[in-house]
Design a binder for this molecule. Structure first.
Ligand SMILES: [Zn+2]
Length: 258
């Protein structure tokens, strides 16, 4: 099938990384989602822009705006209270393939019938892991990802894989709308300009993370934000990513432009 690069090698080896659990979440975020679905994309974008700080707005162009396909009503989420973790100070990156959990308020429950079978890879545009973590844990940003991987392979988790992070925006994959429902979003710290390299430590960490997630979720696909974003051309990340580095995951890599 056009657009598919099926790489079916064996699955060997495990990273030291993993999902560190559910933790407490945010009921308000779901109300946020419901409210957002009642507006047009334009209104949502305008609201987002005005709610961001000037510094964050400078980065927002490359971020994954939390637009949702109209009609989605999140299930009630009574077990999750609003919780926003403070950014650890001083900031110390956890190191290669080690995970620091900093909970984001920007998440919701997945649909009850969601089968989490897709990894969506992004580039942050934001230049550092610390700044990305700050953006994803700020409620006003209305964006998040499950994981962000720094240039040295350090991993920050902001949302449990069992919950729905807000990374994809309006999106389609395998004839399914709203990719946030059934995907795990992984951001790579990179300027997304086609020139900024993805260091080996970072590509190795992504491979190890996906291998670990394969043990917990029925993963079948790896795709790019560029491939799933609608309208086509809305996103181009992760620009220049060396996809062949993910061969050992054994998953279908679906990244060719539509
Ligand atoms: Zn993205």
């Amino acid at each position: 099938m056009d657009g598919y690069l099926k790489l079916l090698t064996g699955r060997v080896g495990l990273g030291r990384v993993g999902d560190v659990g559910l933790g407490k979440g945010c009921g308000k975020s779901d109300r946020c989602e419901q409210k957002m679905t009642k507006h047009t994309n334009l209104v949502r974008l305008a609201t987002l822009k005005t709610s961001l700080s000037i510094s964050l707005a400078a980065f927002a162009v490359g971020l994954c705006v939390a637009q949702e396909v109209p009609g989605f009503t999140p299930a009630k989420d009574p077990s999750q209270s609003k919780f926003q973790a403070p950014i650890p100070r001083p900031w110390i990156e956890p190191g290669f393939c080690r995970v620091l959990y900093v909970q984001s308020p920007n998440s919701g429950v997945r649909p009850a019938d969601a089968v989490i079978d897709t990894i969506v890879v992004h580039a942050t545009v934001i230049p550092t892991l610390e700044q990305t973590t700050a953006a994803f844990t700020r409620e006003a940003s209305q964006v998040s990802a499950h994981y962000t991987i720094g240039r040295d392979g350090s991993i920050v988790q902001n949302v449990s894989g069992f919950r729905r992070a807000w990374h994809a925006g309006v999106s389609v994959f395998e004839d399914r709308n709203n990719v946030n429902h059934f995907s795990i979003g992984i951001e790579l710290v990179n300027l997304d300009d086609g020139k900024d390299p993805y260091p080996k430590a970072q590509t190795d960490a992504l491979c190890m993370l996906i291998r670990t997630l394969e043990r917990r979720f029925p993963l079948k696909y790896i795709t790019s934000h560029e491939y799933i974003a609608r309208p086509v051309g809305r996103k181009n990340d992760p620009l220049g990513y060396p996809w062949k580095t993910l061969t050992d995951t054994g998953l279908a890599i679906v990244v060719t432009k539509n």
